[in-house]
Ligand binder design. Structure first.
Ligand SMILES: *Cc1c(COP(=O)(O)O)cnc(C)c1O
Length: 434
């Protein structure tokens, strides 16, 4: 029995930063003392149905016996060992599994600590690549508006320039190039492809890589776009001599209905970033995967090595639990589960569209795989809405004007309906009610 008392709540409020929050942000973080399956257990014993998968990560739910066992087995061998000059079975096992899942040619793997770091590494690979090719002037990156690629400096520089942190860090952030992202839903936007082509043509001499989130732009707006755009991007990058980086940190491992979102388009990037669900939500681990042409060129250039090496690179505990998570996917029926969740989300969130006039103003409802999004006309009061959701026994954390669901794949119909009912109730609440 874990106790979370008032003194702990006070310490949290006074000393612990939470994501994107002020230290004196009013506190009020709900204390979770255990989690099992799709349920989070609060300190007062209440059980919440989890609609977030802890930010795309906990795809198998919490406290999974197979994942627990894999961690314990690895722990009995060793928790960690440096990766400089040493290797271990968990890293090799995970590398083999990833190579089997990824498109042919994408098979040179750099393990790192978090998604943001994997983006830094991808950028570094691209810059070192062009240097080795004798084109050191190709140092800029091209990105999409509404993009989100992480919180470290190179990653921030390719986030949406308006919604991102560009203004705050002007002068320290590298100014990158941006094109408008394709619209949500519908067909492939000719104008978006034309704009991309114009930009690539004009800036090829200085551009190292195009980076984008395939099919679903996540934290930059939960936008879902037509996969055909990716085929154009692949072809245009090829034609103009610009590398293509896919950031599948959010979309990887089944979330969009395919193992990787790139499969919707049948194209492969030169460099791929993965993270989040890689360990089934157990530990922080990410990877940057490059084509052999990239690694070969880096090896042949100056200084002949990739200049990166995190202390906890390929941490054995994280690799072991990632292996177990991928084995669960391989053995399980995630494809059918995600397809089922997709159809239920579409059906049960559709009535939100009717809430336009009376309530919070619904601008759009969209679903892809195990992702359901309700976009509102205006920003919500996140803290108030979270409290209202907790009262209804669900954990849903909106941001800006977006209420979204991405539950663990193991969620049952009854729990999923609890989530969608809570969302429908929230958007039907009178204006100002929440
Ligand atoms: C979350 C996310 C990142 C950053 O990953 P962290 O592990 O939080 O550093 C980068 N890109 C995308 C698309 C993400 O969703």
């Amino acid at each position: 029995m874990t106790i979370f008392d008032d003194a702990m709540a006070a310490f949290d409020r006074d000393h612990l930063w939470h994501p994107y929050s002020a230290m004196r942000g009013g506190g009020g973080a709900a204390a979770v003392v255990a989690a099992r399956g799709v349920h989070l257990e609060l300190a007062d014993g209440r059980q919440l149905v989890d609609g977030m998968s802890s930010w795309w990560a906990a795809i198998h739910g919490y406290n999974h016996p197979v994942l627990n066992e894999a961690l314990q087995r690895q722990l009995a061998q060793m928790a960690h060992v440096m990766f400089g000059g040493l290797t271990h079975p968990a890293a090799v096992g995970l590398g083999r599994r990833l190579c089997a899942l990824l498109p042919d040619g994408l098979d040179r793997i750099f393990f790192c600590d978090s998604g943001s770091v994997s983006v830094e590494v991808a950028v570094k690979m691209a810059l070192q690549y062009w240097r080795a090719k004798g084109k050191p002037g190709k140092t800029r990156l091209l990105a999409l508006r509404h993009a989100y690629h992480g919180d470290t400096f190179a990653a921030m520089s390719v986030c949406d320039p308006d919604a991102g942190m560009h203004r705050l860090f002007r002068g320290t952030l590298r100014e990158q190039l941006f094109v408008r992202a394709p619209r949500c839903g519908g067909g492939c936007d000719i104008w978006a492809v034309a704009e991309l082509e114009r930009m690539l043509k004009e800036h090829a001499r200085e551009t190292a890589a195009l980076i984008l989130e395939p099919v679903v732009q996540g934290a930059g707006g939960m936008r879902i776009y037509n996969a055909a755009y990716l085929r154009h991007a692949r072809e245009l990058c090829e034609r103009h001599g610009v590398l293509l980086i896919f950031d599948e940190i959010a979309t990887g491992f089944g979330r969009t209905g395919r193992m990787f979102a790139l499969e919707h388009a049948g194209v492969a990037p030169d460099i791929l970033c993965i993270g989040k669900a890689l360990t089934g939500g157990y530990m922080s681990l990410a990877a940057t995967v490059a084509h052999g042409e990239i690694s070969g060129t880096l090896d042949g250039g100056e200084p002949g090595v990739l200049m990166h090496g995190p202390t906890f690179m390929a941490n054995p505990l994280a690799c072991a639990v990632a292996c177990a998570s991928l084995d669960l996917l391989a053995r399980g029926d995630w494809r059918a589960r995600v397809a089922h969740i997709e159809s239920r989300l579409a059906e049960e969130l559709a009535p939100c569209r009717a809430s336009t006039s009376t309530s919070m103003g619904v601008r759009d409802v969209r679903v892809k795989g195990a992702i359901g999004v309700v976009e509102l006309e205006r920003e919500v009061n996140v803290a108030a809405l979270c409290r209202a959701f907790i009262e209804q026994g669900v954990w849903i954390r909106p941001f800006r004007n977006l209420i979204y669901l991405m539950p663990p794949y193991i969620i049952g119909d009854a729990e999923l309906s609890q989530l969608t009912a809570a969302v429908r109730r929230a958007v039907a609440a009178p204006r100002g009610g929440l």
